[in-house]
Design a binder for this molecule. Structure first.
Ligand code: SF4
Length: 346
């Protein structure tokens, strides 16, 4: 029988598991404290737990972490890890250091089927979902690197390889594990889930009743351009997408972020900025402009800094809050998915 990985349990799930084992829910809180506060992964050291139950844990459960297959460190402090899962699957995870904290960008799937034309992650098709335990493993490993500097992960964005709402249950379980006060205690407002626009997922997310952030990969001001660079836009046109966003806003009251990759000659004109301002008028949001990291397998070029600033100014002047994302790790394989593409056979 395969051992169950305790990294994959939220506290309520672990309480249920303990009850099924005829233990008290308090056992779950003890385990959470060993795992996430004391960071001890050897059951035999759990001194406040009886020996017979420790032996049962040893037999039926594990605390498996992925292994680090490759690490790239940028001069600006960005760390990119290529992690290997138990079955050999490889995923990327990235640490970015902002003034306000250490942000980890977590992958949610092995490969991705969404096929966004500019994206390196989508070059390798989806092999499988990541489990919540594997996603937690991405954070624990990054924390272990940061602890050497007396720091830890303060913010989580589910924005790496994969479409999070295509792996909805595991991602939500992961988010709740991150947010658990008796565990890693990462504040809900420090957690962001980013979708390329799966409308049903956005509506479901709106019902979760948790204050985590939502980011939408928009990347175009109209359906024509969006469908050219994001196949998902054919299934979910902008009117349906924005209807779901409004539903989320009604339910959560949280501001939505629209991610917009600036691609030269595709979506970067001032006409596009005007169209985008019209599209988002009245929506409680801000736009995050992302300089494209060119991928050698793709035909797209990054738009100039000057044009990106003009685009940003136009949006701001039209009443749409807009920022330009700081660039990280330009001296390593910066684009999402690039490192994995290098080491995984197509
Ligand atoms: S941008 Fe995101 S959703 Fe699109 S192909 Fe890449 S990983 Fe998948």
């Amino acid at each position: 029988m395969e051992k169950k990985n305790l990294f994959g349990y939220s506290l309520p799930q672990l309480e249920e598991e303990m009850i099924a084992l005829k233990q008290t829910p308090y056992r779950a809180r003890q385990l959470y404290s060993w795992i996430y506060v004391k960071k001890v992964y050897d059951f035999s050291c759990y001194s406040d737990i009886s020996k017979p139950f420790r032996e049962q844990l040893e037999k039926e459960y594990c605390l498996d972490l992925p292994s680090i297959f490759k690490e790239e460190d940028s001069q600006d402090g960005t760390v990119k890890l290529l992690l290997e899962m138990k079955d050999g699957a490889k995923v990327e995870t990235v640490l970015m250091r902002y003034d306000y904290g250490n942000v980890i960008c977590v992958s949610s799937e092995v490969g991705c089927n969404m096929g966004c034309a500019f994206c390196a992650s989508g070059i390798l098709k989806k092999e499988r979902n990541l489990t919540s335990a594997e996603m937690v493993g991405e954070v624990i490993l990054m924390n272990q690197l940061l602890e050497k500097e007396g720091e830890n992960v303060s913010h989580v964005v589910v924005m790496g390889t994969g479409e999070p709402f295509d792996n909805y249950d595991n991602v939500m379980s992961f988010v709740r594990i991150m947010n658990e006060q008796k565990g890693l205690a990462i504040g809900a407002r420090h957690i962001t889930v980013s979708t390329c626009g799966l409308v049903d997922g956005i509506r479901r997310y709106a019902e979760e009743g948790i204050q985590i952030n939502l980011a939408i990969s928009l990347h175009a001001p109209n359906d024509k351009i969006r469908q050219e660079i994001m196949p998902i836009a054919k299934a979910y046109p902008l009117d349906k997408l924005l209807e779901a966003v409004r539903y989320y806003l009604d339910k959560s009251g949280r501001r939505v972020t629209f991610e917009y990759i600036m691609i030269k000659g595709v979506n970067d004109s001032l006409e596009c900025a005007d169209e985008l301002a019209d599209l988002l008028k009245g929506i409680f949001c801000y736009v995050n402009l992302i300089p494209l990291n060119p991928v050698k397998e793709k035909p797209f070029e990054r738009c100039s800094n000057n044009q990106t600033h003009l685009f940003s100014e136009r949006l701001n002047s039209r009443g749409i809050n807009c920022t330009i994302r700081k660039e990280f790790g330009t001296d390593i394989d910066a684009a999402c998915g690039q490192l994995r593409v290098k080491y995984v056979k197509k």
